[in-house]
Design a protein around this ligand. Structure first.
Ligand SMILES: C[C@](O)(CO)[C@H](O)COP(=O)(O)OP(=O)(O)OC[C@H]1O[C@@H](n2ccc(N)nc2=O)[C@H](O)[C@@H]1O
Ligand SMILES: Nc1ncnc2c1ncn2[C@@H]1O[C@H](COP(=O)(O)OP(=O)(O)OP(=O)(O)O)[C@@H](O)[C@H]1O
Length: 284
């Protein structure tokens, strides 16, 4: 039987860098909200002892694909914990809609969907916190996708406090350049000393992204894109970019601006969701 599972994108509605750890990772205060838009995944489980991917992702080798890594790590853990047999296998399909390396968390979301779907389909019975902990070893954003609720993330993204920001409509735009996360975090001019604030302070202050100034300075297309969108609506960078988003109170207003976008912008309209599509499916 083939099971279909959503793998939604996310936005960082704000992102502040509050310091750097000894291992080089940055401490953040960032607000995650999901999009009602993302990739679609299929899972066909079997007893053939093999994890296979049905689609290639451009420039990502199978062993580096976060979907494969998530499935393999979950299986190894479950065998060690005697929760499944060596023979469990799965064929996984993916229809990519989220731009890669865009700050929309596509790879992390794919990994989280894989962990949650296989936990259910292989009958492993791990709790969400256990899956989130396993997910953190794959990427800093995997835990938020496993938890599936809008949250303030602190530490490197693993300390989550649920919050419920307004579910606005967004015009999400890709400038056609990609910004590797490590490149941005290594930039000597990056702001790394924003003061730590309480949830209440953060939720009631104007929102911004500490990565935006560097992304604009180093990547001309990001600067052009933001200048264009800011003529129509409040707009910001998500994550470490390169995608940006403009926020609107209605779908009609977002779609109106979409009709005006020049051809070099790749855009879509989506609604913010405080519960991810993945968790909506789990609760059905
Ligand atoms: C900044 C965010 O985009 C916010 O959503 C994410 O936390 C980044 O998550 P990600 O792309 O899954 O990043 P990872 O694959 O964990 O890390 C990529 C690289 O970015 C840098 N990195 C990442 C997260 C973080 N809090 N501090 C960092 O300095 C590290 O050099 C790391 O080697
Ligand atoms: N299944 C996957 N989907 C997308 N990218 C993947 C996947 N597996 C591995 N990758 C690698 O991860 C990189 C980052 O992809 P992703 O789409 O998660 O970036 P992102 O949206 O910038 O994420 P973040 O907001 O977490 O920084 C890709 O450039 C690719 O090399």
């Amino acid at each position: 039987m083939i099971d279909r599972w959503p793998s939604p994108g996310k936005l960082n509605l704000f992102l502040y860098i509050t310091g750097q750890r000894k291992d080089g990772y940055h401490n953040l205060q960032t607000l995650f909200q999901f999009l009602d838009y993302g990739d679609e995944m299929t899972f066909a489980v079997d007893q053939q002892n093999h994890i296979s991917l049905l689609n290639n992702i451009a420039n990502v080798a199978c062993e580096e694909n976060l979907i494969f890594c998530a499935a393999q790590r979950l299986k190894a853990r479950a065998i060690a914990d005697q929760r499944c047999q060596e023979t469990v296998g799965v064929s996984i399909g993916i229809e990519k809609k989220l731009p890669m390396g865009g700050g929309l968390g596509g790879g992390s979301s794919n990994a989280a969907t894989t962990l949650i779907a296989l936990n259910r389909l292989w009958g492993l019975n791990y709790s969400m916190p256990q899956l989130a902990e396993l997910g953190l070893t794959l990427g800093a954003d995997v835990p938020i996708f496993v938890h599936g609720y809008a949250a303030l993330a602190e530490g490197i993204g693993e300390q989550l406090t649920p919050v419920a920001p307004p579910e606005k409509w967004y015009l999400v735009a890709h400038p056609g350049v990609s910004i590797p996360t490590p490149t941005l975090f290594k930039d000597p001019e990056l702001t790394r000393n924003t003061r730590v604030r309480s949830v209440e302070q953060l939720m009631h202050s104007p929102w911004s992204n500490d990565c935006e100034a560097i992304a604009r300075k180093r990547f001309r297309k990001v600067d052009e894109l933001l200048n264009w969108l800011l003529e129509y609506a409040p707009s910001r960078l998500t994550g470490t970019g390169a995608c940006v988003f403009a926020e609107f109170d209605s779908e009609a207003a977002a779609r109106q601006v979409l009709t005006l976008t020049p051809p070099w912008m790749t855009c879509f309209v989506a609604k913010g969701a405080n519960m991810s599509l993945l968790h909506r499916q789990l609760s059905e």
